[in-house]
Design a protein around this ligand. Structure first.
Ligand code: HPA
Length: 271
């Protein structure tokens, strides 16, 4: 990754009409319906944007969409890049840097995750308050990182307190239940063993998934305020573990997404 490459990606998007979006949104697995709420959408497929990693996973359509939601200019990533697809940390966070250079001032992130905290049920949403990086690396561990932002990034409060408060209030006002907790990121793509779910619980995780944390680290390095919501798609009970059904995970994410869209739309209005 070089500054010239980033500039060329941004230049391509600017020429297609991506004009100073205020908010960037990353949509997770099974969470693509939010794009139906974008007014005057302009699309750019990942594989057409210079220097973007190539999209591979079948669950994602892989495009960047610019437009307005609740009257504000947004850029939405429909589908994200994962380590388990064979990309490295720098690849998977490249789009965050591009959105930052396009001008976003805030980042919203969503994902599908497993519930480690068994007080949480599938179909619940969880506001991420903190995280544990179990992916064995960092998107900031490369030569010349300080040319792009901070190297020794403060992570004492990686998720913006003000937006967290606002989204909690929105949930309350609309009678939407929103759990809160710690998200642990793993590489995947295999799901966890019973022993691993026990370990995650002991470590203090409330949810586990295969994304988000690298994006949040880079957003902090760029000083971009973040709000992140997990849709809990399965219950990770080591004493009664059911074989995972990826189709069910996607179906539950799909079914829960309208509530997440409502939270995000109202938050866009308020910020
Ligand atoms: N583990 C890891 N990633 C996940 C899970 C899980 O149980 N559910 C959804 N994404």
């Amino acid at each position: 990754m070089t500054q010239t490459q980033l500039d060329e990606s941004v230049d391509y998007l600017n020429k297609r009409g991506f004009d100073a979006p205020e908010i960037g949104i990353v949509l997770g697995t099974g969470l693509g319906q939010l794009v139906d709420n974008i007014e005057n959408p302009v699309e750019a497929h990942y594989n057409h944007i210079p220097h973007f990693p190539l999209a591979t996973v079948e669950f994602h359509s892989g495009k960047l969409i610019y437009g307005t939601i609740s009257g504000k200019k947004v850029v939405v990533m429909q589908g994200r890049f994962h380590l388990y697809e064979g990309y490295d940390f720098v690849d998977i966070t490249y789009p965050i840097r591009v959105m930052h250079l396009l001008g976003i001032k805030k980042l919203f992130v969503s994902n599908a995750a497993g519930a480690i905290n068994l007080n949480f049920k599938k179909g619940d949403m969880m506001l991420i308050e903190d995280h544990i990086n179990l992916q064995g690396g960092s998107p900031l561990a490369f030569k010349g990182v300080s040319e792009f932002g901070d190297r020794f990034v403060d992570m004492s409060e990686p998720y913006d307190a003000d937006m967290r408060k606002k989204i909690e209030h929105i949930a309350q006002k609309n009678g939407i239940s929103l759990q809160k907790g710690v998200y642990a990121s793993v590489v995947g793509p295999q799901l966890e063993t019973k022993a691993e779910y026990r370990m995650l619980k002991i470590l203090g995780a409330d949810a586990v998934g295969m994304s988000t944390v690298p994006e949040v680290i880079v957003a902090n390095h760029l000083r971009l305020p973040i709000v992140a919501v997990s849709v809990l798609t399965d219950e990770c009970d080591p004493d009664n573990l059911q074989p995972v059904d990826i189709q069910e995970i996607i179906a539950i994410a799909n079914k829960t997404e309208p509530k997440m869209i409502q939270l995000f739309k109202e938050l866009i209005l308020e910020i």
